[in-house]
Design a protein. Structure first.
Length: 477
């Protein structure tokens, strides 16, 4: 990375403690030394790297400061002085190391000239990020958010991974309260902002969808004049948004059939004439803002994946990709673990969608399951952070599930009792089962898997991340 110890110290503030030779030449050489990486995990320290010592629930990073110099670290950012017996070399003492990380990330971002694409939304952020990064990779060397690094720690760490060889960065941005997106936008300063949808997420803090809309659109706060905004034209809330700060606005959409004239009234990239291939994806026609159209193959199942493809095309057109490049990028897409990831085992087909859940994504997952041409089983767990309407939303999902027609619905968790009770009441042909905990479900699957999950069936596994349904996936695979 093109950043020096001097720039790190200026960005983070605090007091730099220099332990090298006292002559001015040596000191200036130290300050001008280029930094290779910035990390929070001492195990990931590289030669010429910077280690930021944070205090967590399980460990205090300051305990590892002495050891990181042995791995080649050139600087540690700390929020306390060394204790007796701790031998620290050059370090930067700040009030708050997490705030220092944000300041460093923001300062580094300002030195970059490559386009940054910021992605947020209630559902589908990660899948959309993968589509956009995958399509842009047909022309650019792209850096993208890895794993769940989409919060106030993950975003600056992502920005600090950008290197001179990168030509674009795709940064996922996730929030749960007002003000968070403002701070993320201040760091990322996206040139292109994408919002996937406005759903019922984090309602404990955001209260309702209008609150979600207000919080998500904070992504615009630090966009440059002339920035690009891509919004889901299928979303009733996003359709009300106007472009701020002289930014350009386009919508992406999915329609049943081509709608010439719609684009002239409103810049739009949309997919039409979608043909489902079941769990193995879709074919569609993609229409661009110039009025041209071309066929695409979306290898991941569900209409929402076609919408993701349209979002990627919307960004890619703005960044100069040709239709052939967009077609190729979409066709190469693969699923991310925990998000509509299809897994074939000798006995079952699993839809691993256990990374997270809310009412909208639960219904999408159920719709996807019902594309299967086998016996269908849904294993659904608790949805968290839904606020005062949580019970009603779990009931709503239960009623929706049995109405769509899987042969069996297995509800798991304390909140999902409401899902179970509503499903049981509404069910006609669906066998509805309840387990109070994940552990009880795992025990039952080990003892009577063939009874709960008939040979050859397709199984949707979905819940909020805190339910740890990845353990269910691992057991079944």
């Amino acid at each position: 990375m093109e950043f020096t110890i001097r720039q790190i110290a200026e960005a983070a503030g605090g007091r730099l403690v220099y332990s090298g030779p006292e002559d001015e030449v040596s000191r200036q050489a130290f300050l001008n030394r280029k930094v290779d990486s910035v990390v929070l995990d001492s195990r990931k320290v590289t030669p010429d790297g910077v280690f930021i010592a944070t205090v967590g629930e399980r460990a205090d990073g300051h305990s590892f400061v002495s050891s990181v110099y042995e791995q080649g670290a050139v600087l540690a950012v700390v929020q306390r002085e060394p204790k007796e017996g701790e031998h620290w070399q050059g370090y930067l003492l700040v009030e708050d190391t997490l705030q220092a990380l944000k300041n460093i990330g923001e300062s580094y971002r300002k030195t970059l000239s490559i386009p940054v694409i910021g992605i947020t939304g209630s559902v589908g952020k990660t899948s959309t990020k993968e589509f956009i990064a995958g399509v842009l990779s047909e022309q650019y060397h792209v850096l993208k958010t890895e794993g769940n690094y989409n919060n106030e720690i993950g975003v600056p760490l992502t920005l600090l991974r950008i290197r001179p060889e990168h030509e674009a960065a795709v940064v996922e941005m996730g929030i749960s309260d007002f003000g968070e997106m403002h701070r993320l936008s201040k760091m990322a300063r996206p040139d292109v902002a994408v919002i996937t949808n406005i759903g019922q997420c984090h309602l404990e803090n955001l209260k309702d969808r209008d609150g979600v809309l207000k919080a998500k659109t904070e992504i615009f706060d630090f966009m440059p004049a002339g920035g690009k905004i891509c919004l889901n034209g299928n979303d009733d809330k996003l359709c009300t948004v106007s472009a701020p700060n002289g930014c350009e606005l386009r919508f992406f959409d999915v329609k049943k059939a081509a709608a010439p004239g719609q684009m002239q009234a409103r810049d739009m990239v949309y997919a039409s004439d979608v043909t489902s291939k079941g769990l193995w994806g879709s074919e569609a026609v993609l229409h661009n803002v110039a009025g041209d159209s071309y066929d695409i193959e979306v290898p991941l199942p569900g209409l929402h994946m076609v919408l993701n493809a349209a979002a990627a095309a919307c960004v890619a057109e703005w960044m100069g990709l040709a239709p052939e490049q967009i077609q190729a990028g979409i066709k190469k897409m693969t699923a991310v673990g925990g998000r509509n990831n299809l897994i074939r085992t000798p006995h079952l087909t699993l839809i691993d969608d256990c990374y997270n859940a809310n009412p909208v994504s639960m219904k999408a997952g159920i719709d996807l399951l019902c594309m299967a041409d086998t016996v269908k089983v849904a294993i659904l767990g608790d949805m968290f952070e839904l606020g005062e309407n949580s019970d009603a939303m779990h009931k709503e999902v239960g009623a929706y599930a049995v109405a769509k027609g899987p042969e069996r619905l297995i509800c798991v968790g304390e909140n999902s009792r409401h899902m179970y009770e509503e499903a049981k009441k509404e069910s006609v042909n669906c066998d509805v089962i309840y387990f109070e905990t994940r552990e009880l479900l795992l025990e039952a699957l080990q003892k009577e898997r063939e009874h709960l999950l008939p040979e050859g069936c397709t199984v949707l596994i979905k819940a909020s991340h805190g339910m740890k349904f990845s353990e269910v996936v691992e057991l079944l695979r």
